[in-house]
Write a protein that binds this ligand. Structure first.
Ligand SMILES: NC(=O)C1=CN([C@@H]2O[C@H](COP(=O)(O)OP(=O)(O)OC[C@H]3O[C@@H](n4cnc5c(N)ncnc54)[C@H](OP(=O)(O)O)[C@@H]3O)[C@@H](O)[C@H]2O)C=CC1
Ligand SMILES: O=C(O)C1=N[C@H](C(=O)O)C[C@H](O)C1
Length: 266
């Protein structure tokens, strides 16, 4: 019988980390190998399963990655991702990097791990969101030919605790669309007298309310008609399931940089 893959969870005491711990524990062929947090985390020493609401699993929250993991899934903070990416790169451990809000320099530091380990870095692990990205690319490809112009706006809604804005997913939607349509300016909200809207911009609008786990709407506004592409999360498990698929996928790959589309088979 094959041994279960041992998954290290970075940010294990967080909202996503707890769901990853719970689902890894429940899924056949996977087990929690390590539950990682930063060295001053108040949850150090607590049982990761108890924190995640699935009962005692005998894996304490720790700040040191032991030698018991086959892959790491990270949902933490940019500094946490940079630190774990360095370790994964040094040890050749596959890494699913889900944290958003990285600076360009932090992103480059994380990408360095792909020279020596299998790495997947994506702002959204959900199948529905990544499929909607494909739809958005197709819409942009077709609509760029509309002679009277198309105004693209990205509206996202998230919970009040989210630290970065706009979401990493919103920025990726904008990147995909501007790659197809050629917009060169990315505008975040509007106020005062911005004047007539130029075709060269994509507008982003970040709403922060309550416990919303994530919604994105891409508006393609034209003269006479509008297309809204909307994708809504209902629970964080939509992201967690995709991250587990990605971890299994990376465990079968050579070192290198992989995409969530490859992992999900989109
Ligand atoms: N790609 C995707 O599909 C998704 C990505 N995300 C992203 O994942 C990240 C986490 O989201 P969420 O779970 O809601 O956030 P949380 O704040 O609930 O969780 C982050 C956890 O990481 C901990 N942490 C802080 N610093 C470090 C460190 N240096 N090393 C390890 N752990 C650390 C935090 O501790 P403390 O609270 O004490 O600071 C917290 O427990 C965000 O960037 C979010 O945008 C979220 C959902 C889906
Ligand atoms: O912080 C969140 O919650 C989420 N963050 C990701 C992002 O910034 O795109 C993905 C998802 O929307 C949930």
């Amino acid at each position: 019988m094959t041994q279960p893959l041992k998954i290290g969870v970075n940010g294990a005491a967080g909202r996503m980390g707890r769901r990853i711990v719970a689902l890894v524990h429940e899924e056949d062929g996977l087990e929690v190998g390590a539950a990682l947090e930063y060295s001053a985390c108040p949850h150090l020493g607590a049982d990761a399963g108890e924190l995640a609401g699935v009962g005692h699993i005998g894996v304490p929250v720790t700040s040191e990655l032991g030698d018991r993991v086959d892959a790491v899934i990270d949902f933490s903070l940019p500094t946490g991702l940079v630190a774990i990416a360095k370790i994964c790169g040094e040890r050749g451990i596959p890494l699913v990097a889900a944290t958003t809000g990285l600076s360009a320099a932090q992103r480059d530091q994380v990408l360095t791990a792909s020279h020596t380990a299998a790495l997947l870095l994506a702002p959204n692990m959900s199948i529905a969101v990544n499929l909607t990205m494909k739809l958005a690319r197709e819409a942009a490809r077709v609509l760029k030919g509309v002679s009277s112009g198309v105004d693209v706006e990205v509206i996202e809604r998230h919970h009040r605790f989210k630290e970065d804005a706009p979401s990493g997913t919103a920025l990726k939607f904008g990147q995909i669309i501007s790659d197809e349509m050629g917009q060169t300016e990315h505008v975040h909200g509007r106020q005062g007298q911005p004047g007539r809207r130029p075709q060269s911009e994509i507008g982003y609008h970040a709403l922060r309310t309550g416990d919303n786990v994530g919604e994105h709407t891409i508006v393609f506004g034209m003269m006479g008609e509008t297309i809204d592409l909307t994708v809504r999360g209902h629970t964080r498990d939509s992201y967690a399931h995709g991250a587990l698929i990605a971890a299994r996928f990376l465990c079968e790959q050579e070192p290198g940089l992989y995409t969530i589309e490859e992992a999900l088979g989109l």
